[in-house]
Ligand binder design. Structure first.
Ligand SMILES: Cc1cc2nc3c(=O)[nH]c(=O)nc-3n(C[C@H](O)[C@H](O)[C@H](O)COP(=O)(O)OP(=O)(O)OC[C@H]3O[C@@H](n4cnc5c(N)ncnc54)[C@H](O)[C@@H]3O)c2cc1C
Length: 324
């Protein structure tokens, strides 16, 4: 059996490992303490928040089939939110999400998806890979503490494009295209509330404000408590990427109060997460990169679009190519 080191344990990595595990011995290396990558959840004041991906949709047959399986196992549910579009603080449209076009979430949190997918995989957490080394047609990986892992026949990188590029040798066949791939930042504000915010919607896209998204996180299936999740626009986040995080938090709280009419007295605790590489628009590039000569590959949402389904499909397609 060939061995492969998969760097990262987000959705693309876990989809890749799932696809190839019958023919490859897979070892995943993840810098954080949990699987799932940007499909992430965190606890603030005893409330659970999805501070990365909010929900996801499924359009392609393979992803639909896998989501059906996760639903049957209780890891995924359909979030039938009341959805609104806002222009500043004015509601311009609203509708009920329903089963005709499901908006899926992990249960009891988004991170449940990564946990479910990682159950059958060997993942070494808390290990940031900082260097790849090739010798005698095999790969060695070196982490930030100077530990070496290997040898492996293959390496697959599943990190956001700029982090992938940082580990790739310049002779990698997709190096230039990957170097040119730009990802957009985002801030996620988590507000733990003392009571229900009493909004006429549970999820909203916002235009003409520094925030782009507001959701009543606690309205998702299987959640408890009262919580609000807010995303900054990519543009505002880019302009304020290096600002003091407390100033960013303050501005986002003021903005969400102005946009939604939320009573600030309801806020019990607030936390903020800065995503340097959050998402990117639809891409015109291959669904993955595979260099047979170097036995080195790369995949991730950034090959297709900044979506959970794109990450799954990129990893799956790379897996199909490796199996051939
Ligand atoms: C704020 C936000 C909101 C979003 N909203 C939505 C949404 O509503 N719907 C939707 O479909 N998508 C959404 N997305 C996008 C979605 O989360 C991503 O498309 C998808 O999760 C990407 O998966 P991935 O496997 O390609 O990458 P990632 O999830 O980024 O996985 C990469 C993994 O590699 C790890 N890593 C990085 N560097 C190293 C290293 N050197 N060594 C070891 N490990 C490393 C990271 O910790 C991470 O776990 C959102 C993303 C963000 C950030």
């Amino acid at each position: 059996m060939k061995s492969i080191a998969i760097v990262g344990a987000g959705i693309s990595a876990l989809s890749l490992a799932r696809q190839i595990q019958s023919q490859f011995s897979c070892q995943l290396f993840e810098k954080s303490a949990a699987p799932g990558g940007r499909v992430a959840s965190r606890t603030v004041a005893e409330q659970r928040f999805d501070h990365g991906a909010q929900f996801f949709t499924a359009r392609t047959p393979a992803f639909k089939a896998y989501i059906r399986q996760l639903m049957a196992e209780g890891y995924v549910a359909d979030w039938q939110a009341h959805f609104a579009e806002l222009d500043g603080n004015v509601i311009t449209a609203s509708r009920q999400w329903d089963e005709e076009f499901p908006h899926y979430v992990g249960v009891p949190d988004m991170a449940a998806i990564g946990r479910a997918m990682a159950k059958t995989q060997a993942v070494q957490f808390g290990t940031e890979i900082v260097e790849l080394h090739r010798e005698d047609k095999c790969w060695q990986l070196i982490d930030s503490a100077g530990e070496t892992y290997g040898p492996f026949d293959w390496v697959a990188l599943t990190l956001p494009a700029p982090q992938t590029r940082a580990l790739l040798p310049s002779q990698f066949s997709g190096f230039e295209a990957i170097s040119a791939t730009e990802m957009k930042p985002c801030y996620a504000l988590m507000l733990s509330l003392k009571a229900d915010p009493d909004l006429p919607y549970q999820a909203a896209l916002v235009k003409n404000a520094d925030i782009s998204w507001v959701s009543v996180n606690s309205s998702k299936p299987g959640r408890q408590g009262h919580s609000l999740l807010v995303h900054a626009t990519n543009n505002w986040a880019r302009q304020h990427l290096n600002d003091d995080i407390e100033c960013v938090k303050r501005h986002m709280i003021d903005t969400v109060v102005a946009v939604t009419g939320l009573d600030p007295q309801l806020i019990e605790a607030a936390d903020i997460k800065r995503w340097v590489y959050a998402n990117l628009p639809k891409q015109e590039q291959p669904a993955f990169y595979l260099d047979h000569e170097l036995q080195l590959a790369a995949c991730g949402d950034w090959c297709i679009k900044g979506r959970v389904e794109s990450a799954f499909n990129s990893g799956m397609k790379l897996g199909q190519a490796l199996m051939q």
